[in-house]
Design a protein. Structure first.
Length: 182
């Protein structure tokens, strides 16, 4: 709210609540064991999210599904190996760059997504990549916004001491995924 972007927080909270309900309400979107089916259900929830962050997440997740489907060694009924998943995440983040000019250093969600993707692709270590995501989300506090509402709201006061809301949201989602995988 301090940044004038309280609707981002509400949108992220809403989509996360919806996804948790889809996971926990019988039969649950993960019950089939299909990563592809799970991702399609999440994409449907993200499509209702709206906003730029919703569009970024939607494009990324759609590209992730495409990458996983094109992987010859990915079964639709199993969780892919770290190597396959890392390659798919990297391909999806590369595809996403065709739809946005935002890059690392612009104080957006891309400040987390791109380094996370690069780290995961290089190391195949999800935990290490999530650690990088946290560091990069924290570092958005010190970046001048170049895209989105933060670029024209606020005058370098207290609001500039806060991390970018989209970057922070993605970091929290990645940390939640890591907890679920442990």
């Amino acid at each position: 709210m301090v940044m004038g972007d309280g609707d981002c927080g509400e949108a992220v909270s809403g989509v996360c609540t919806t996804i948790l309900e889809l996971l926990h309400n019988p039969p649950g979107i993960a019950s089939s064991g299909s990563i592809i089916s799970l991702l399609y259900s999440i994409i449907d929830a993200v499509d209702d999210m709206g906003g730029t962050l919703g569009a970024i997440f939607g494009i990324f997740l759609s590209s992730l599904v495409t990458s996983l489907r094109s992987s010859k060694s990915t079964s639709t009924t199993t969780v892919p190996s770290s190597e396959i998943l890392a390659a798919a995440v990297y391909a999806a983040s590369t595809a996403l760059k065709q739809y946005t000019g935002a890059r690392e250093g612009d104080r957006t969600v891309m400040d987390v997504l791109l380094p996370f993707s690069d780290s995961f692709y290089q190391s195949k270590d999800f935990g290490r990549a999530v650690k990088i995501a946290r560091e990069k989300a924290e570092a958005t506090r010190y970046l001048k916004p170049k895209f989105g509402r933060a670029s024209y709201v606020g005058e370098a006061g207290k609001e500039q001491e806060l991390p970018d809301p989209g970057a922070w949201a993605l970091m929290e989602i990645l940390e939640g995924l890591k907890l679920g995988m442990d």
